[in-house]
Design a protein around this ligand. Structure first.
Ligand SMILES: [Mg+2]
Length: 128
């Protein structure tokens, strides 16, 4: 079995493209539709947490709940990968660039142990 250490983004993206091509669904993959679908799947992921405060260890011990979360998380990532394909974006580079922005927004020495939005730190004149 391959895991995240031995699987590349490109392998997963190629699998998604193959799935779409085999079904001749390419004409249904407009970025707007894919972005809407991504948001809807994120909502389905959230349904797993709505109205409950189940500790994570309890969730992890529930195979059905873990399957539901896994399926919805996969749906979100699949649509994200489709969007990256549509725009010709290298997902790993997108993530690297965004993480660099996040490091600037949330300097570790200022935010360690805190969970405010970056605007809080700007309003405190603690971040440029
Ligand atoms: Mg779903």
């Amino acid at each position: 079995m391959k895991d995240d250490k031995s699987t590349t983004f490109q392998e997963v993206k190629d699998d998604i493209v193959q799935f779409i091509d085999e079904r001749e669904w390419k004409n249904f993959q407009e970025p707007k539709e894919v972005a809407i679908s991504l948001s809807l799947e994120a909502g389905e992921l959230l349904e797993n947490f709505q109205w409950v405060n189940t500790p994570i260890e309890e969730i992890k011990a529930d195979p059905k709940k873990m399957e539901d979360i896994s399926d919805e998380l996969a749906d979100v990532i699949i649509y994200a990968m489709q969007l990256s394909n549509a725009f010709g974006l290298q997902l790993s580079e997108c993530i690297r660039q965004k993480m660099e922005k996040n490091r600037k927004k949330y300097p570790a020495n200022l935010v360690k142990g805190k969970h405010h939005k970056y605007t809080y730190y700007q309003s405190q004149n603690k971040v440029e």
